[in-house]
Design a protein around this ligand. Structure first.
Ligand SMILES: *Cc1c(COP(=O)(O)O)cnc(C)c1O
Length: 389
């Protein structure tokens, strides 16, 4: 079945809800057992159906079924944030004394989880150059248990050679966990590339309306029991209302993301021809270093990318440009309906590689506004940038 059809039909069970096509919001703590026999038979830590609100409801199950279907996963587990999903995945596969390899271009809060939380429990993290490819094998130690990748990288958009990295990992029985939020399950088929555990921040394109925070972990059945066990012990279940909103957002996800792919490319190509811009970091642009890998591994691109301004503009000029923008708001997150722009400083974060570009780095999210309006807004912004200089 094609993605669009999956998203329009999955988890619809009108026969259970008097003909209503959307799964209703179940708000639940208590879920009653009809008999003592069923109460006594339920192994509350392990059973795969809802016995208590924290363990799920028909609303969260419907959402998990939808995500698993577009991911080609056997199972998905929704968690109360993207970073919570990443934490659960790490804690499932790591023990005290283990070692983990993490891409140097990884999302900042993922890095903080490694540097502060994993470290406290005696897990050592080594950051690797996201362009390392098969060379990752040289960094593998006898106690390396997880490789965590994110392609393209947060802020700087390096594409990683996922099949080469996964191949090296699997030779050493290492679990490959990937943050695939950017590509979404629509544009990157994680399991086909060798990823064992794809993770998404549902907050972004999946829910798509900038009104909830949620994450999801997906897997093939070999890993499900272990992940579920750790997830239940941590207890980070999203609310029924948020699961409802996420599933509602996913109904239009294929349409939104395809539109944003095209809109993002249009704005990126316009920016690439501007004299104020030194470089556009967008894997779907031929000029981008990771373009060949993107073409091989992805069937599309989403609408988040970065630009490097030419060196020499003052901070006051940058403020004039950004403060006056009408449609591009300054704020975290992305994947919603609204366009966003923020400044980034990877030079302060990286440890395995060096960020040597000197101009300001701006991350741009193209939302659902008309692209001509967005381009006109940026054009006026560049005029203010140059006026201050
Ligand atoms: C936003 C984001 C996350 C974290 O998601 P939350 O839902 O905000 O916790 C993880 N990875 C990437 C790449 C993100 O952009």
């Amino acid at each position: 079945m094609n993605n669009e059809t999956i998203l329009a039909t999955i988890s619809c069970s009108p026969e259970k809800h008097r003909g209503v096509v959307s799964v209703p919001v179940y708000r639940a703590s208590t879920i009653l057992f009809p008999t003592l026999a069923e109460f006594e038979a339920a192994d509350i830590g392990a059973c795969d159906y809802a016995v208590y609100g924290r363990y799920g409801t028909p609303t969260s199950e419907a959402l998990e079924e939808a995500i698993a279907a577009i991911e080609n996963a056997d199972n998905s587990i929704v968690v109360s944030s993207g970073i919570g999903a990443i934490a659960v995945a790490f804690l499932t596969f790591l023990n005290s004394g283990d070692h983990v390899l993490v891409a140097d271009s990884v999302y900042g809060p993922t890095r903080r989880f490694c540097d502060y939380e994993l470290k406290r429990f005696g897990v050592e993290t080594t950051y690797y150059d996201p362009c390392i490819g098969a060379g990752i094998e040289d960094l593998i130690r006898p106690n390396t248990k997880v490789i965590f990748l994110e392609s393209p990288g947060s802020l700087t958009f390096e594409m990683q050679d996922i099949p080469a990295i996964a191949n090296a990992a699997h030779k050493h029985d290492i679990v490959v966990i990937a943050d695939n939020t950017w590509a979404t399950p629509l544009f990157m088929k994680a399991f086909d590339l060798g990823i064992d555990i794809p993770i998404h921040s549902v907050t972004k394109y999946m829910s798509g309306h900038s009104d909830i925070v949620m994450g999801v972990i997906s897997c093939k059945s070999v890993h499900y029991k272990k992940l579920l066990h750790t997830f239940r012990n941590i207890g980070a279940r999203p609310s029924g209302d948020d699961c409802y909103l996420a599933l509602r957002g996913m109904r239009t996800m294929a349409v939104r993301v395809k539109h944003q792919y095209e809109a993002g490319l249009k704005v990126a190509n316009w920016l690439a021809n501007r004299p104020e811009v030194a470089e556009v970091l967008h894997p779907a642009l031929q000029s981008c270093a990771g373009h060949d890998i993107w073409k091989r591994d992805c069937t599309g691109a989403t609408s988040l990318f970065s630009i490097v301004l030419k060196n020499g503009y003052s901070h006051a000029a940058l403020s004039a440009m950004l403060d006056g923008l009408e449609y591009f708001g300054m704020g975290y997150s992305w994947g919603g309906f609204e366009s966003l722009i923020i400044t980034c400083t990877p030079q302060k974060i990286r440890t395995a590689t060096k960020w040597t570009r000197e101009g300001y780095l701006l991350r741009i999210h193209v939302g659902l506004e008309n692209t001509d309006d967005l381009i006109a807004d940026l054009e006026k912004g560049f005029a203010r940038l140059k006026a201050v200089g």
